[in-house]
Design a protein around this ligand. Structure first.
Ligand SMILES: *[C@@H]1O[C@H](CO)[C@@H](O)[C@H](O)[C@H]1NC(C)=O
Length: 398
């Protein structure tokens, strides 16, 4: 009798909250919660209501965004949630509002944060509609600029998979991965014009065990940037260009940045980018940190301006504080099997900190041709560089 009444109330709860009782995923479609997919409608509230229902469910749930074009302001999918896993099945196109007043200071556009077990997939598109705001981006000239919204940010997620989605024309970065653990992205398509400011493809920060594989990235800034505090990052099968290349950093700009260690970048190609593989740190860093154990392997460069570059005098656009060398210590960096063409004669530049020289930089089988015809050269300063195989030229003082 008592057992029976528990069963009945459980059933009633499930009717009211649409929760999964069986192993199959319960699906929540945004169109069932009022999303209109219509240029004259704003679907932000409908998306958040759908999320609230899905988040309150246990088991494996799906949030479905069917084909169609949805107009959204800031949209935050935040946990904690009751589900075990969620698949966000993005089949449609999301378009960001072009009204910057709808985004507060430091706000992003679409955010997934503080829950576990995300799969984001479905072949859909995030369109940041950024072109209208690129001219309002003051970051290329002003140090304390207002940062524009990143299109899609992943914050404090464990076990996330992002697969088969496209991002075009963000206002700022395309994707941000922050404080995530075990994050896997593959088959990502990223597109923005060459000249769009600060449109990094994927920026990773304070995360552990991240992989970005088999993706095509052409944008206005770094294709992938590996910021402070990351451990165990794998980048493989990337086609990058246009853009500023695959970069570690910039580091040493803010106080108390974390170390960056355990990076593998392999089996990738860069075409027409300003840099190939790069480590960049600011001078006069407010605190000490280190970069350790990085391998750049089997990478094809085509018409890349700086194919291999470690730059500890990084100063992108405005006057930098050069009163002291960088306090970021760089060690155990391996460049192996890097081939192709360079648009500058210095196919490799290793310009390290005078107060913390680079240790154990191994350059092995690097074979890069200068498109200008004359012999390529390598520039080095404050660095312990070894060349066990084919070398890109003698190390001359940078
Ligand atoms: C270097 O980093 C890679 C990738 O994270 C890791 O597998 C390897 O164990 C690290 N090596 C050392 C000596 O820490």
């Amino acid at each position: 009798m008592r057992q029976g009444s528990i069963k009945v109330s459980t059933l009633l709860l499930c009717v009211f909250f649409c929760c999964a009782l069986n192993a199959n995923a319960t699906s929540f479609s945004v169109t069932s919660y009022g999303a209109k997919a219509n240029p004259s409608a704003d679907d932000t509230t409908a998306f958040l209501t759908t999320w609230k229902a899905a988040c309150a469910c246990s088991g494996n749930v799906e949030l479905l965004i069917p084909q169609g074009t949805y107009y959204l302001g800031q949209t935050v999918f935040r946990g904690p949630c009751k589900f075990n896993t969620i698949t966000v099945n993005l089949q449609g196109t999301l378009k960001a509002s072009t009204d910057l007043s709808r985004f507060g200071k430091g706000d992003d556009w679409v955010e997934f944060s503080f829950f576990n077990g995300l799969t984001l997939t479905g072949g859909g598109i995030f369109d940041g509609q950024g072109s209208a705001s690129w001219s309002k981006n003051e970051c290329p000239t002003k140090k304390n600029c207002k940062v524009l919204p990143t299109s899609v940010k992943f914050v404090s997620l464990n076990n996330a998979v992002v697969n088969s989605v496209t991002s075009i024309d963000p206002k700022f970065f395309h994707f941000g991965v922050l404080q995530c653990k075990n994050f896997k992205a593959s088959n990502i398509n990223i597109k923005a014009p060459d000249e769009s400011p600060n449109t990094d493809g994927i920026h990773i920060e304070r995360s552990t065990t991240v992989s970005i594989t088999d993706s095509i990235i052409g944008t206005g800034d770094d294709c992938i940037s590996i910021g402070q505090g990351n451990t165990d990052v794998l980048i493989s099968g990337i086609k990058c260009g246009p853009g500023h290349g695959i970069s570690v950093g910039s580091l040493g700009r803010y106080p108390n940045e974390g170390n960056v260690k355990g990076l593998i970048v392999k089996d990738s190609s860069l075409t027409g980018t300003t840099n190939g593989v790069r480590i960049k740190t600011w001078e006069n860093s407010p605190s000490y940190s280190y970069v350790d154990n990085m391998t750049f392997q089997n990478i094809k460069m085509t018409n890349v301006f700086n194919p291999i570059i470690i730059d500890q005098n990084y100063c992108p656009y405005y006057n930098c504080d050069r009163s002291a060398p960088s306090k970021v210590k760089i060690s155990n960096i391996f460049f192996q099997g890097i081939t192709g063409s360079s648009k500058s004669q210095a196919v490799m530049t290793v310009k390290c900190s005078k107060s913390a020289p680079c240790q154990n930089v191994i350059v092995e089988n690097v074979n890069l041709q200068y498109t200008g015809g004359s012999n390529p050269i390598a520039l080095c300063s404050s660095a312990d560089v070894k060349f066990p195989g084919t070398k890109p030229g003698e190390c001359t003082s940078a």
